[in-house]
Design a binder for this molecule. Structure first.
Ligand code: SF4
Ligand code: SF4
Length: 384
């Protein structure tokens, strides 16, 4: 896979300006025809973690989507746009602005169902995935990730965004299989991405999200559009644009170790230099495991293992005040660890059941779930 990454500086969601940047980026990568041929069927996979207003930076911005559609229409009008949010209806939502874009551009919005399968015989840990069958019926998938922090994977970029092709109830079950093991979950994401790599990845980093991402962080004007046919190359470059070591992103750790066999990623950057678009002061997500090294289960068992893990593993805390009792977290939890206590008017978590997948934190629309790192975890990380 070509490892060229094009960076463009773009501070605002102005349609014509974004179209211009996309076209010149495509020229640097050899032209649109390399990625989408005339009249090919295309699925655009946005990041719609849950239907949300564009200014909150939870979702790929609708103007960004519209610009991508305009550019693709030079070659094809057979375009669908889809995702499978953690909760809510993708195609029917009025919050996102996608309906207006779809109407203006004459494209269809689709909610994914778990009706297809893709395989990766060379997968590191996972060989097959239940996904939306759209990935099998279209000619090309175009991936539109959003620049955001992520409670579990440190950042969500191109590789993580393809988890959205796993529809509805499928996502929690993959989380459950990986449990608290971040590296196993990252291996699953790498295997999934490689099972059916998108033809092109175009990151919406005009307004990104820092802090308590991917659903409850703060929007920040990171001011970039980043394009590459190689999601791993893109994911290696983007953290550097916001001053983060790319080796802290779990999917990057796995890719480097298992696919590149320890050799550092070698990318060619075109367009702007990283130094010229560098965003300083970006707040990362709380994380107990900065190097990606995790304690292995092998040397401690049962009770001792659990006590130690509780002392060092980040934990999600449920704030009372912002919670509106929407119960999205309760419904999404893959192990039924959450209940809403009507008397106390708050969410109660059974931490013995909880596998720390952080799906609840991902999808809470009220920023009522925050990740806290235990004192011992912080101490251990300082020593690393
Ligand atoms: S914590 Fe968030 S997702 Fe859960 S019920 Fe409260 S507002 Fe809803
Ligand atoms: S309580 Fe939250 S972090 Fe724990 S298993 Fe359920 S969804 Fe995952």
């Amino acid at each position: 896979m070509n490892r060229t990454v094009v960076i463009k500086k773009c501070m605002e969601y102005k349609l014509e300006e974004i179209v211009h940047h996309l076209e010149s980026s495509l020229e640097m990568l050899g032209g649109l025809d390399r990625f989408v041929g005339p009249k090919e069927k295309v699925l655009i996979k946005v990041n719609c973690l849950f239907p949300s207003e564009p200014e909150k930076a939870v979702i790929t911005h609708p103007v960004f989507l519209q610009a991508v559609i305009r550019v693709l229409k030079r070659n094809t009008r057979d375009i669908i746009v889809g995702d499978s949010p953690g909760f809510g209806n993708f195609a029917a939502s009025n919050k996102t602005g996608y309906k207006k874009v779809a109407a203006e551009e004459g494209v269809k919005l689709v909610d994914f169902a778990e009706d297809g399968e893709i395989r990766n015989e060379n997968g590191i840990s996972y060989k097959s995935f239940k996904v939306t069958n759209y990935v099998n019926t279209v000619d090309k998938v175009i991936n539109l990730p959003k620049l955001k922090t992520h409670g579990l994977m440190y950042m969500t970029l191109a590789v993580k965004n393809m988890l959205g092709t796993v529809a509805g109830t499928g996502k929690p079950s993959y989380h459950m299989r990986a449990g608290r093991d971040k590296l196993l979950f990252a291996r699953m994401l790498v295997d999934l991405y490689m099972a059916k790599p998108p033809a092109l990845n175009i990151l919406d980093g005009i307004i990104g999200m820092e802090g308590n991402g991917p659903g409850g962080g703060e929007p920040v004007n990171t001011g970039v559009i980043v394009m590459s046919e190689n999601g791993f190359a893109l994911d290696y470059v983007v953290p550097q644009i916001v001053g983060i070591n790319p080796d802290r992103v779990y999917t990057n750790i796995v890719y480097k170790k298992n696919i590149l066999k320890g050799i550092a990623m070698d990318v060619e950057i075109k367009g702007e230099k990283i130094a010229d678009v560098l965003y300083t002061g970006f707040k990362p997500v709380a994380d107990a495991d900065e190097s990606g090294k995790q304690m292995k289960k092998g040397f401690v068992f049962g009770f001792i293992y659990k006590v130690i893990m509780d002392l060092i593993t980040p934990k999600q805390i449920y704030l009372k005040a912002p919670c509106t009792a929407c119960l999205s977290c309760v419904k999404a939890c893959p192990v039924d660890a959450l209940v809403y206590d009507k008397k106390k008017k708050r969410i109660i978590c059974d931490y013995d059941k909880c596998i720390r997948c952080f799906i609840c934190q991902e999808i809470c629309p009220e920023k009522a779930i925050v990740i806290r790192e235990p004192f011992l975890g912080k101490l251990m990380n300082k020593k690393k």
